[in-house]
Design a protein around this ligand. Structure first.
Ligand code: UDX
Length: 426
């Protein structure tokens, strides 16, 4: 069993730490936020991620939390970096948190390996290597081991990954990182550091491309009378294409896709390459988030003075994350059009998330007296709602299903004027 230090107690760091502890390793998670470390020590889980609480509790004996870098480093064989890499104004990834960790590493004994879990631009590993060498840490190894976990299913994704990607400068370091994962059944892809970094960015870009592709197909379906749900099913059954990430909707959000697409675009641009396809993918997504406004206007005329209920705020179900969520863009646009915005979400409650909206405690409370409703996040609670009762509560029973969650016929039968994404004929 190994001793692992994880820097960063966010989504990625906590899931990584908890899963390594569950494999039997001794894990210390370090962060710079005192309240976060205090909460974790008190047995509280500061984020909403299904299964994480159980894992942290089950492995309590093997997990510790600290604000002290020296304590984390002491005796650790692996130094995982799992800090945020948000975009800067230029679109480049902001690596300042990564550098803070690298520059704080001291007293590293033996051949510990620094392992990059955070998503970073290609070339970062090379730079970290130089920085470690310059600080007299030549004896410390370096590996890139990107994460492919999606929020809401992060624990399962970590424990049952499609592959484990490891890029290292030295074979022995790659082998050590591979060994650390023993107990997880998955192919291991060994690559050089730059390629490992690029695998992460390219995989995300491929998934985003599929989403923008199906969203454009949806928009053409609307214009031509086809139904994108049937189209996606028929297209996805082609084994060469596959069915995942072909759900049309109001666009992708979250902590990874928007940020990583900008980082890859900028990375290409910095090297003199104009990544045309990726630019189109990003632009299609921005337009898609705003399409619902056009639909509301089509049905209601102007939006001034109208009350619109947003159902779901999180960027996807089973998470409390609203980073780059379509709900934020929608609410902002609606307020700019003069509408009154109400919202409901089962896990996002804070009024600080959406100060321009009134947050209500149930979908029915949000719908009561509204002129239109928009399904922004496909929460299961919405699939199970009594939509006939809900229609009676509305001033005007208009529903725009931004996630194609519901059955159009059932909703129309329940008294709704129902519109969705790419479902002209449904
Ligand atoms: C994603 C990647 O899946 C993960 O591998 C990477 O490490 C981080 O980014 P995440 O952002 O948590 O994970 O969520 P994901 O489930 O991939 O969904 C991203 C966005 O795409 C969501 O807004 C979702 O609603 C949207 N989406 C997804 C679609 O609009 N249509 C689809 O078919 C699939």
């Amino acid at each position: 069993m190994s001793k692992v230090a994880v820097f960063g107690a966010g989504y990625v760091g906590l899931v990584t730490g908890a899963c390594f502890a569950d494999l039997g390793h001794e894990v210390v998670i370090a962060d710079i936020l005192p309240e976060r470390i205090a909460a974790l020590r008190a047995g509280e889980v500061p984020i909403y991620e299904p299964g994480l609480d159980v894992l942290l509790e089950r492995n309590r004996e093997r997990l510790s939390y600290t604000l002290d870098v020296a304590e984390a480093v002491s005796g650790a064989e692996f130094l995982y970096i799992a800090v945020g890499t948000p975009p800067t104004y230029s679109g480049d990834a902001d690596l300042s948190a990564v550098w803070t960790v690298v520059d704080s590493l001291e007293g590293v004994a033996g051949r510990a390996v620094v392992v990059m879990k955070s998503t970073v631009p290609v070339g970062t590993g090379e730079k970290v290597r130089h920085r470690l060498d310059a600080r007299g840490l030549e004896h410390v190894g370096y590996a890139s081991n990107p994460e492919f976990t999606a929020e809401g299913t992060a624990v399962r994704d970590f424990q049952h990954p499609d592959r484990i990607v490891i890029g290292a400068f030295e074979d022995a370091d790659a082998e050590a990182v591979a060994e650390l994962h023993s107990g997880i059944e998955a192919p291991i892809v060994r690559a050089d550091v730059a390629s490992a970094e690029m695998i992460k960015l390219a995989a995300n870009a491929a998934l985003m491309t599929r989403i923008s592709f199906i969203n454009e197909i949806a928009n053409v379906c609307e214009a031509t009378g086809a139904d994108v749900v049937s189209v996606a099913e028929g297209v996805g059954l082609d084994r060469r294409i596959g069915s995942s990430f072909l759900r049309a909707g109001i666009g992708y959000g979250g902590s990874c896709f928007p940020k990583d697409s900008l980082a890859l675009k900028q990375l290409a641009a910095n090297s003199g390459y104009h990544f045309q396809l990726l630019n189109a993918v990003i632009e299609v997504n921005e337009l898609q988030k705003r399409r619902v406004i056009g639909k509301l206007q089509q049905h209601l005329g102007g939006l001034r003075g109208k009350t619109i209920a947003l159902l779901g705020l999180a960027f996807k179900p089973h998470t409390d994350d609203v980073r780059e969520a379509p709900s934020l863009v929608l609410a902002g646009r609606l307020v700019a059009e003069g509408a009154e915005v109400r919202a409901w979400d089962p896990v996002v409650h804070g009024a600080d998330v959406l100060p321009q909206a009134t947050i209500l405690g149930s979908p029915l409370a949000a719908l009561d007296g509204a002129d239109a409703a928009v399904i922004v996040t496909e929460w299961p609670e919405l699939a199970d709602l009594d939509w006939a009762r809900a229609a009676d509560l509305m001033r005007n029973p208009l529903l725009i299903d931004g996630r194609n969650l519901l059955d159009p016929r059932a909703l129309r039968a329940a008294g709704w004027t129902y519109d969705a994404i790419g479902r002209a004929s449904a």
